[in-house]
Design a protein around this ligand. Structure first.
Ligand SMILES: [Zn+2]
Length: 304
């Protein structure tokens, strides 16, 4: 399954490079998803690493994340155009990570409302320059034109958008994957777009709070979704069981890190030991797991 997805994404990447529309799947009526690759970012894949897509109403279109570079954003826009001539009225950025937002400038001519979490502008101010520098390092000339675009419409709690005959709810979450995570819920099909509040196959990443992440998973599980879109990967499991592998992974880190702290382990010793048995369950484990444990250790060492 994983090998098949990798082969598929290799084909999609070559499509991206020619400027053709991104391949999208209609996962529920009016909800179109492009599944990103689990490979590391490269000039070949143009940062095509996150799941991105769009929802089509009777009046206009909401884009959900724009991909890891300007060429990818353009290919997503071409995919929208292949489905509908309706205008793109909203571009929703689920969070600050570069694989989700560097295609935003491709939608400038559409003059959409750009929507983000209330904490997104400060996250972009803190990290935007660094993310742009590393994008240029990794993609070279293909990074040209990718830029940080700061959203004007900020969500503190919930915001309902009318796409015409279709209401979509944008919801801001407390600190979890990051401190600026949004989900999008298409009410007419009960389709939940999770951004990186859900990782499938790909090692979950904790860049906010691991305790907060587990709390948010409890609340996400209560949403009556029929269809769901993770930020990375895909699953045949039904909702909300699809959350369980990630929940298990995060719980193991919390439990074992607390034990390591009780046992007086140094951070280096904890990083070498905590959660290692999860390695075979996740893609890119070596790239992300140790950083997750490092973050968990620094978060949990201040607990009572
Ligand atoms: Zn992320």
């Amino acid at each position: 399954m994983i090998r098949a997805l990798a082969a598929l994404s290799a084909v999609l990447c070559s499509v991206v490079a020619t400027g053709a529309p991104l391949a999208v799947e209609q996962v529920a009526p009016g909800n179109y998803v492009h599944y990103g690759s689990h490979e590391e970012r490269s000039p070949e894949n143009l940062g095509d690493n996150a799941n991105i897509g769009f929802i089509v109403g009777e009046r206009c279109v909401a884009v959900i994340d724009t991909g890891g570079s300007l060429p990818l954003g353009r290919a997503l826009r071409a995919a929208v155009r292949r489905v509908t001539p309706l205008p793109v009225c909203y571009v929703i950025i689920t969070h600050v990570h570069p694989d989700h937002l560097f295609g935003t400038a491709a939608f400038r001519d559409d003059e959409p409302q750009l929507i983000g979490h209330a904490e997104l502008p400060s996250a972009l101010a803190a990290r935007g320059r660094f993310y742009l520098n590393t994008l240029e390092r990794d993609l070279g000339a293909s990074a040209r034109g990718s830029e940080i675009v700061v959203p004007q419409v900020l969500v503190q709690d919930r915001l309902r958008l009318d796409l015409g005959g279709r209401m979509v709810e944008v919801r801001a979450w407390p600190v979890a994957h990051t401190d600026n995570d949004l989900t999008v819920f298409d009410e007419s099909t009960a389709t939940l777009w999770l951004g990186d509040l859900l990782f499938l196959q790909h090692t979950p990443v904790v860049d906010g709070s691991i305790v907060g992440f587990l709390d948010v998973l409890d609340d996400l599980a209560k949403i009556p979704a029929k269809t769901f879109v993770a930020g990375h990967g895909r699953s045949m499991l039904p909702w909300p069981q699809a959350l369980e592998a990630q929940r298990h992974y995060l719980q193991i880190i919390v439990q074992q890190t607390r034990q390591a702290l009780r046992d007086g382990l140094t951070i280096e010793a904890a990083v070498d030991a905590v959660g290692i048995e999860e390695a075979s369950n996740w893609i890119n484990f070596d790239l992300y797991h140790r950083r997750n444990v490092t973050n968990a250790y620094t978060e949990l060492e201040w607990e009572d």
